[in-house]
Design a protein around this ligand. Structure first.
Ligand code: UT7
Length: 322
């Protein structure tokens, strides 16, 4: 029997502290008007001192398990996407495993920066399809506030902290049935210098800070995302009018608008959280998904197109029926 992954639950967590653009403008040469006009961002959540990526991830995971009506003991795989692990090792996924009280199965991290959740979803989906896992937790969690250069107005205004999670369950693959229809991943390491962190255990023995040539990343994002969403639709013999919801990576409202425009999708069919969350890297897609499900916009049987692009460069898409 052919298997596919049914997304049976989702959850989110955002740290309590909210930092509005105006607060950043007190210490940086920037303005609320510039940030809103260029990005659509009004505010971001920032983790408290002592609150780690694994704490955010565990909170989102608990919410997703509760939504799915499952317990930690039901899970046999955790794949966690993050570029801001608690420690160089062990994997943050293993720390989350312990926090959830789960003692069996496997837990590991995936590192594809802002595309991390799509990568983690693809990895877990493939485990489920071949029968190596039956119930999987896929988490995107980040504390980007810890790797920002808070004196660089070109980057520090863009990011926030948060976590989102989904629970996958093996189900029979039936035509028109719910579940992940396909995932599509790409990377091109030639573009490393346009978006990277200038530290690391092997190179500098420091954590480092995020560096980005924003305008160039923007240009590649618009092109690569249009290509990969087209690829996902073509692989399933679908056209854009079949999509009920575009659930994009939340880097910049203008990038999301561009992808939607190319697909011919009206803004009402795009889940956008960037105004309130800013760019939460690997957490942004599951955060947007959880919001759309929680507020009732995303309903059973609807077709979702998830996409993301980030450092590496990496990019990817996923088509799923809710
Ligand atoms: O999630 C991973 C993927 N990341 C992305 O997708 C991010 C993609 N890039 C972007 O979203 C945009 O390129 C930015 C929002 C980062 C920048 O917007 P932009 O329209 O490309 O602006 P720019 O970088 O070309 O900068 C325009 C001007 C510059 O001043 P000059 O050189 O024209 O005098 C910047 O110094 O805006 C200036 N600027 C700022 N001004 C006020 C840059 N950051 C700020 C700021 N406040 N925070």
């Amino acid at each position: 029997m052919a298997l596919r992954s049914h997304i049976v639950g989702c959850g989110a967590y955002l740290p309590d502290r909210v930092v509005a653009n105006a607060e950043l403008a007190q210490s940086l040469d920037t303005s609320d008007a510039w940030i809103v006009e260029r990005t659509g961002i009004h505010q971001r959540h920032i983790a408290a001192a002592g609150e780690f990526t694994s704490d955010l991830a565990a909170a989102a995971a608990r919410a997703a398990l509760s939504h799915a009506g499952l317990a930690a003991g039901d899970i046999d795989l955790i794949v966690l996407a993050t570029a801001t692990p608690d420690r160089t090792f062990p994997a943050t996924a293993a720390r989350v495993q312990a926090k959830l009280g789960m003692t069996r199965g496997a837990a590991f991290d995936v590192q594809a920066v802002c595309s991390g959740f799509i990568y983690a979803l693809a990895v877990a989906d493939n485990f489920v399809r071949v029968g190596q896992a039956r119930t999987a937790l896929v988490i995107g969690a980040e504390t980007f506030s810890r790797i920002l250069d808070w004196t660089d107005r070109g980057t520090c205004v863009l990011f926030g902290d948060g976590a989102g999670a989904v629970v996958l369950r093996a189900t029979a693959a039936e035509p028109g049935g719910a579940g992940i229809l396909s995932t599509h991943l790409h990377s091109d390491g030639r573009y490393e210098d346009l978006l990277y962190v200038d530290g690391g255990p092997s190179s500098t023995q420091t954590v480092g800070h995020l560096r980005m040539v924003g305008r160039e990343v923007f240009r590649h994002a618009v092109t690569n995302l249009a290509a990969v969403v087209g690829e996902a639709l073509a692989a399933n013999g679908l056209t854009a009018d079949a999509i009920d919801w575009l659930v994009p990576h939340q880097a910049n409202q203008r990038i999301m608008d561009s992808t939607a425009r190319k697909l011919g999708l009206p803004a009402e069919r795009v889940i956008s959280t960037v105004a309130r969350h800013a760019n939460t890297s690997a957490a942004s897609v599951p955060l947007a998904l959880a919001e759309g499900v929680r507020d009732g916009r995303i309903r059973q049987g609807q077709l979702l197109l998830l996409e993301a692009m980030g450092g590496g460069f990496t990019w990817g898409a996923c088509l799923a029926r809710w």
